[in-house]
Design a protein. Structure first.
Length: 187
């Protein structure tokens, strides 16, 4: 009966707390703690309490995660934000310059409005030879997509370019917008 108790109950009470806690099990600590069936066998074989293997009741050290401080987040994201900001500024400068050149080619009055963020939409609409109130349509969610397609098709037609070839350039990620405005402004 003592062997049955040692083989079934004792290992359960001595090994359960180590595995029931939310801890990570180490990769290879010892044959007894990494293999529960081996631990049960060794406990069942030793009836002498002095030669019985001891099970450490202290939990294994666990790895913890911590959140980054605001300074650490800025140290990581700072260079990324600088790069994104510089690329955005260069894109804005290029597109505004190209739109101004397109407006000058088409004799659109006030071509300098291409440099003003919302007024550049007015210049874009005027380059397409559409009424100025179409600028408001750019702020209506689904309508703006349709208006943008109509405007981006009309501008190359006014410059005697193929609208389908230029429209395809818009669907090439990143490079398409640069190619669209660059071809229309400098050719």
């Amino acid at each position: 009966m003592a062997t049955f108790f040692a083989a079934t109950s004792l290992p359960h009470f001595s090994l359960l707390p180590a595995f029931s806690q939310a801890t990570s099990i180490p990769a290879q600590t010892s044959p007894v703690s990494s293999n529960p069936s081996l631990a049960q066998t060794q406990i069942a074989q030793s009836s002498d309490p002095q030669t019985a293997p001891t099970v450490d009741a202290t939990p294994e050290p666990t790895t913890t995660t911590r959140t980054l401080t605001e300074a650490e987040v800025m140290a990581v994201l700072g260079p990324v934000l600088w790069i994104v900001g510089i690329v955005s500024l260069l894109t804005y400068l290029f597109v505004s310059y190209c739109l101004m050149k397109i407006a000058e080619k088409l004799d659109v009055p006030n071509a300098w409005l291409a440099w003003v963020p919302i007024a550049s939409l007015y210049t874009l609409v005027k380059c397409a030879n559409k009424p100025g109130w179409w600028t408001v349509l750019f702020f209506i969610p689904i309508v703006s997509f349709i208006i943008a397609i109509l405007v981006f098709i009309a501008i190359p037609e006014r410059l005697n370019k193929s609208p389908l070839l230029i429209l395809l350039l818009l669907f090439v990620p990143i490079i398409g917008a640069f190619a669209y405005f660059g071809v229309l402004a400098f050719s």
